[in-house]
Design a protein around this ligand. Structure first.
Ligand code: NAD
Length: 346
């Protein structure tokens, strides 16, 4: 019944649950599980329509398939969405009902946190299912690993594209200073970068700026700052037909999901002489962290694995230089090769 949906991509499973008692209205999508069980966070958002929620879960679960493959961890891609306002509707009963829903799939899908859900929420969901990840106390917040992945990819991109062996003195404009962006700014400040920050939450932007010495700029101008690197850590579709000609930075590396508005924007960036680190590679550190939480917690191996994301970016950069293909398309091809090698059909 979904095959005509624009975001349907031969998903393995799409299932919904409505529960009157708790008010749960949720969808779980498993995109591909040929490399392992599907993993991905549970987003809680007051979607305007059920179709908006369906569209999001289809798109996000597909993204997780590519992210787990490019990060080379033994998982497939899945995602869950709950149609609810996280500020007002997030009751214990709702989260427990979500736990029951996840448990009913018997491990085909493993859930975690996402926008609108916190680690505490995952703990509550985890009281009702064996299939949740991200709450191991010694692992801290996986967003730190996401920020570290963005940081190492940025360092590699600065070296390859700008000839700068370190980020010291590098001018970096950071859009969004939440869980990922805020942590990234701290890493950049420690590395001696010159930083601009912008966030729709001005109080938060001011706090991060005061703590790190970053300069503040407006959310409408952050992508236009005369910087070496632009780092999107807030919204999707920020790299588009309108914004790309306005970019002054020659490198884009950030944590936000789905940064390209369309696949054409990959080549549009290349034509503009801008080096783009594919989002699902740059922001894979968090899911790699979850992998070690679920297998054997090993901080040194996690750090090595995160460094490996930068090594993958180096390969992609070199292939792009040789072939003229976009870095996004090359990253997709690497992920698809790995999925096919595991018997998947991509
Ligand atoms: N948290 C993770 O580990 C993780 C992992 C992979 C991908 N991501 C992606 O990274 C992005 C950020 O995630 P997060 O966990 O930091 O979320 P978050 O909600 O903590 O932070 C996002 C920040 O962006 C700000 N923002 C919203 N609209 C903005 C705008 N127009 N301009 C500037 N700032 C704006 C928000 O005020 C918020 O502070 C999302 O796209 C998310 O899907 C996060």
């Amino acid at each position: 019944m979904f095959q005509h949906h624009p975001s349907f991509d031969r998903h393995k499973l799409v299932t919904a649950r409505h529960d009157d008692a708790s008010g749960l209205s949720a969808i779980i999508a498993v995109h591909d599980d040929s490399r392992g069980p599907a993993i991905g966070g549970c987003r809680i958002s007051p979607y305007a329509t059920p179709d908006a929620a369906l569209n999001d879960v289809l798109r996000l679960s597909r993204g997780m398939t590519y992210k787990t493959a490019i990060a080379d961890i033994p998982y497939g891609g899945g995602k869950a969405v709950i149609i609810a306002d996280p500020r007002t509707d997030k009751t214990r009963a709702l989260l427990e009902a979500m736990g029951d829903f996840v448990e009913s799939l018997n491990g085909v899908y493993i859930t975690s946190f996402d926008s609108g859900s916190t680690l505490d929420d995952v703990r509550t969901i985890g009281t009702r299912t064996r299939f949740s990840a991200g709450t191991l106390p010694e692992a801290g917040d996986a967003s730190q690993s996401t920020a570290e992945g963005v940081f190492v990819c940025m360092r590699a991109a600065a070296e390859l594209a700008l000839g700068r062996p370190t980020l010291e003195g590098c001018r970096v404009a950071v859009q969004g200073v939440g869980n990922v962006g805020g942590r990234l700014v701290r890493l950049l400040a420690d590395a001696g970068a010159q930083i601009w920050v912008a966030d729709a939450n001005e109080t938060l932007a001011r706090e991060v700026a005061a703590e790190t010495g970053a300069a503040l700029c407006g959310i409408d101008e952050v992508h236009r700052i005369d910087a070496d690197i632009f780092s999107p850590n807030a919204l999707g579709a920020v790299l588009n037909e309108r914004s790309i000609p306005e970019l002054r930075a020659k490198v884009v590396v950030g944590g936000a999901n789905n940064q390209l508005a369309t696949p054409d924007d990959d080549l549009r960036l290349r034509a503009a002489g801008i080096t783009y680190c594919p989002d699902f590679l740059a922001n894979a550190g968090g899911i790699v962290n979850l992998h070690y939480q679920r297998s054997t917690w090993a901080p040194a191996r996690l750090a090595e694995h995160i460094e490996g994301l930068a090594a993958t970016f180096r390969e992609i950069f070199e292939t792009a230089a040789k072939t003229g293909a976009g870095t996004g398309a090359i990253a997709n091809a690497i992920a698809e090769d790995r999925i096919r090698a595991a018997g998947g059909q991509r």
